[in-house]
Design a protein around this ligand. Structure first.
Ligand code: NAD
Ligand code: ZN
Length: 350
């Protein structure tokens, strides 16, 4: 199945996201595959069996979010020069979101931009990171603060790669799937309530629906001037949780799961959501063994953390909240005491 991306003028772009077994790919240009040892160990043979090119090289970078840096990008660039890539050459990102974000960013830089293709191998990157053309790296000031909007030429999503994914990583991807459903599609949420995503056909269906929703959002708002911000549901709270725990306790998707529970509590407080609906979301997250509880030790400190997030421009926090299940509402300039009252529900003395 194919989901098209069609960005509108002034910079029209069109490409396909294919969700299926990886097809044979043939290029009459030089190709560099960027991957890491973990992904290569499991799946590089499969990829290479399906790939033909004028010249083919594999660049392996260390595995881990801590290597999503300019330094690693420079390593990839160096290897591109070593292999004498030209402006017609192609990069292929073969891995999770870390590899995808870095490879896309490198492609945007090499000789002012060469083509790249995404072949995502984690659930999170298949339903989220590989769709929409956000690329970049982290630095000491924060995550994803350096980067570019740079669209791939194609995305190939093969759910079979997920068979080797650790359970926690799989669940982290489910968190982003639940996010899409709660924000945009009640019927999809109901599907997730009863679905078994370990079943191949149901998993493929969930990936398709998530990619379609994300593509629909990106097609309207590539640069996050409006509706694309809705994809940050659960992230405003989740980022604080990740930050408070030094990015070591929770995977990103796990922190987002906790963040959605917190956002839902705020939505209930504001009368946007019924307690029963918040409970439904929590139950779906727990069905996939995602964490839904977190103890806030210092409520004032947690609150201050909101302002460190790059998305809270001009010192006003923008909360992305559900309105029931399947609809969203962006709420700004909330009263501090109301927000803190909700945070107190997660406080140590509750
Ligand atoms: N560009 C975007 O729009 C966007 C959206 C969401 C997240 N992101 C970024 O994506 C990154 C997170 O992506 P992620 O969750 O895929 O993490 P990741 O890329 O670190 O992958 C998670 C782990 O799974 C391993 N792995 C990958 N594929 C595997 C497989 N098939 N079998 C076994 N192990 C496998 C990886 O080597 C890694 O250890 C973050 O850096 C985040 O900022 C980007
Ligand atoms: Zn996320």
């Amino acid at each position: 199945m194919i989901v098209p991306i069609e960005l509108l003028p002034p910079k029209p772009v069109k490409y396909d996201i294919t969700i299926d077994a990886l097809p044979k790919l043939s290029f009459d240009t030089k190709v560099v595959v960027v991957t890491n040892p973990t992904v290569a160990g499991f799946h590089l043979d499969t990829l290479l069996q399906n790939l033909e090119a004028k010249a083919l090289h594999v660049v392996t970078v260390p595995d881990g979010e801590q290597y999503k840096t300019l330094q690693t990008v420079e390593q990839i660039l160096d290897e591109c020069f070593e292999h004498k890539l030209d402006r017609k050459s192609l990069l292929i990102a073969f891995g999770g979101g870390v590899i995808g974000d870095m490879t896309g960013f490198t492609a945007s830089l090499y000789q002012r931009g060469i083509d790249f293709i995404q072949i995502p191998t984690t659930l999170l990157s298949q339903v989220d990171a590989s769709v929409g053309g956000k690329t970049g790296v982290n630095n000491k000031y924060g995550k994803n603060l350096i980067g570019a909007f740079y669209q791939p030429k194609a995305v190939y999503i093969d759910p079979a790669f997920l068979e080797t994914l650790p359970k926690r990583e799989f669940a982290a991807g489910v968190a982003e799937i639940v996010k899409m459903a709660v924000m945009f599609d009640r019927e999809y949420f109901d599907f997730l309530k009863t679905a078994d995503l370990r079943d191949e056909a149901q998993l493929k269906e969930a990936i398709r629906r998530s990619v379609e929703l994300k593509a629909w959002v990106v097609n309207q708002d590539e640069k996050e001037a409006g509706i694309r911000a809705v994809l940050n549901y659960g992230h405003t709270f989740g980022h604080v949780v990740e930050n408070e725990t030094d990015y070591t306790t929770y995977l990103h998707g796990e922190a987002v799961a906790i963040g959605m529970v917190m956002a839902n509590a705020l939505a209930v407080e504001l009368g946007l959501m019924e307690p029963q609906e918040a409970q439904e979301v929590k139950a779906v997250l727990e069905k996939y063994a995602l964490p839904t509880d977190y103890v806030i030790e210092d409520i004032d400190d947690f609150y201050e953390h909101f302002f460190l997030d790059k998305k809270s421009a001009n010192n006003s926090i923008k909360f992305i909240l559900p309105e029931g299940i399947g609809n969203h509402k962006i709420v700004k300039d909330l009263d501090e005491t109301a927000v803190k009252r909700v945070l107190a529900q997660f406080g140590a003395s509750r």
